[in-house]
Write a protein that binds this ligand. Structure first.
Ligand code: PHE
Length: 444
């Protein structure tokens, strides 16, 4: 089967970065950081990105580009007549689980766009109550989820080049620029430094097994790893792409956006809080809504608040869209290629499943939180663990080498290669397993 590829280098990086950068960075990262007690969480998170995230992204790229197939097909091509393809299938399943709650948050962004455009947001006095009112209205949340799911489906049906590449390429730089402007505004508010302390001064008493597990889960979630998403995208890479460089670029960009979101949200949260003593507990309690409570409050401290909030939430929705597209693409490519259904029909099936899960998530926060918990903290690390073992032990080293060097066209250092294989074979699997068991034990 001849497969499409991304048209340009810039487009390809934008698409992979588009998948990585999403609500995971701007909504989930701050809320997990708040729940994890701040700086300590961030340090562990950065270590996870460096020691597992980047090597695993590279491994997914290798599996995807060498097989040029969907998630399950890729493992089957590289390991015929084995059970390895179940790792790909698990990834597809994780994709559905994530979409089942992620789409609801996408729906919230639509609500905030609407509130911004109509000017309603600038006249709100209590931003927590405003967010709470939305959460109390499941039907509204579900309708917004339906709209966002259809938007995603539209792009996935249009295919890789037109749909995914173009949208990612144009919007990502804009989002970055806006975040920088907002970070500056937030940092210059009186009282902002308490937020910076919270973010960058670790308090060892916050150490708890579940913090390790949350940080690891967040690193997988944010880099779109452990669910074959980067495998599917790399199957559209061309043969000239430098996989190592791309993995570094995408990871650095993704981490940069997450930190920028933190630097924007926390100083504002501390500066705008009514009572500085209760802020830490408020932060933790209000974790999931941080973005939707603190930022609108920040916009109100700026002239032309309607303009800022409209642009911000539109860009946020686009960042979310490039991520939902990548998630839906994994499941669609799987159904399309494994069951020989047309792309259109495959998208239709995926859409129906998401709308069902989305309905449950809109009506029950317990269901929503459970999907979030099992996907990020359980399914993605398991997917990552097996991908690491697969590339480290099973895949022929000649294939790995050929993929890393583009058939000897680019050179890589021997030390790098050794470290990479060591991480995949020993460090990542053992560490993931230890954190996983320790974290599960600590959660009960
Ligand atoms: N990485 C995306 C985000 O941070 C979410 C995502 C997870 C996308 C897993 C694809 C796969 O928002």
């Amino acid at each position: 089967m001849s497969r499409v590829t991304f048209a340009s280098k810039m487009g390809l990086i934008a698409a992979a970065a588009g998948s990585a950068v999403g609500l995971g960075n701007i909504w989930r990262f701050p809320s997990e950081t708040a729940a994890g007690g701040g700086a300590l969480f961030i340090i562990i998170y950065l270590a996870c990105i460096f020691f597992f995230g980047i090597p695993l992204m590279l491994s997914e790229f290798i599996v995807g580009r060498s097989s040029k197939s969907n998630a399950a097909g890729a493992f089957r091509i590289l390991a015929p007549n084995t059970k390895w393809n179940y790792v790909g299938r698990l990834g597809v399943f994780s994709g559905l689980v994530i979409l089942g709650f992620y789409m609801v948050v996408c729906g919230w962004t639509l609500f905030y766009i609407f509130q911004s455009v109509t000017g309603g947001l600038s006249s709100v006095s209590d931003f927590s109550a405003n967010f709470e009112t939305l959460l109390q209205n499941p039907l509204k949340q579900w309708i917004l989820t339906v709209v966002f799911t259809f938007m995603t489906a539209f792009f996935v049906v249009s295919g890789v080049k037109k749909g995914i590449e173009l949208s990612a390429k144009t919007m990502m730089p804009l989002l970055l620029l806006l975040l920088i402007i907002l970070a500056v505004r937030s940092l210059t508010l009186p009282g902002a430094s308490a937020g910076i302390d919270f973010l960058f001064k670790p308090k060892l008493e916050n150490m708890h097994p579940s913090v390790l597990m949350s940080a690891m889960g967040q690193s997988f979630f944010s880099l779109s790893l452990g669910m074959a998403c980067m495998i599917t995208y790399a199957s559209y890479f061309n043969n000239e792409t430098d996989l190592t460089k791309t993995a570094f670029q995408v990871s650095i960009l993704d981490t940069g956006v997450a930190l920028l979101a933190g630097i924007t949200i926390f100083p504002a949260a501390f500066a705008l809080a009514q009572n500085s003593e209760t802020i830490t507990s408020e932060l933790i309690a209000g974790g999931p809504g941080l973005l939707f409570i603190t930022l609108p409050n920040l916009f109100n401290q700026m002239p032309l608040s309607i303009v800022w909030s409209t642009i911000f939430f539109v860009l946020l929705a686009i960042a979310a869209l490039t991520s939902t597209i990548s998630l839906m693409e994994v499941v669609t490519a799987y159904i399309h290629e494994e069951f020989n259904l047309s792309r259109f029909r495959s998208v239709l099936i995926v859409t129906i499943v998401i709308l069902l899960l989305g309905a449950f998530s809109s009506f029950s926060s317990l269901f929503f939180n459970t999907l979030d918990f099992i996907s990020a903290k359980i399914m993605l690390p398991i997917g990552g663990l097996f991908t690491s073992l697969f590339v480290g032990w099973y895949v022929d080293k000649k294939i790995v080498f050929a993929q890393l060097t583009n058939d000897n066209k680019i050179s890589i250092g021997v030390r790098f290669l050794k470290a990479y294989v060591f991480i995949l074979r020993y460090l990542a699997p053992v560490a993931i397993l230890v954190i996983f068991i320790y974290g599960l034990w600590g959660s009960f």
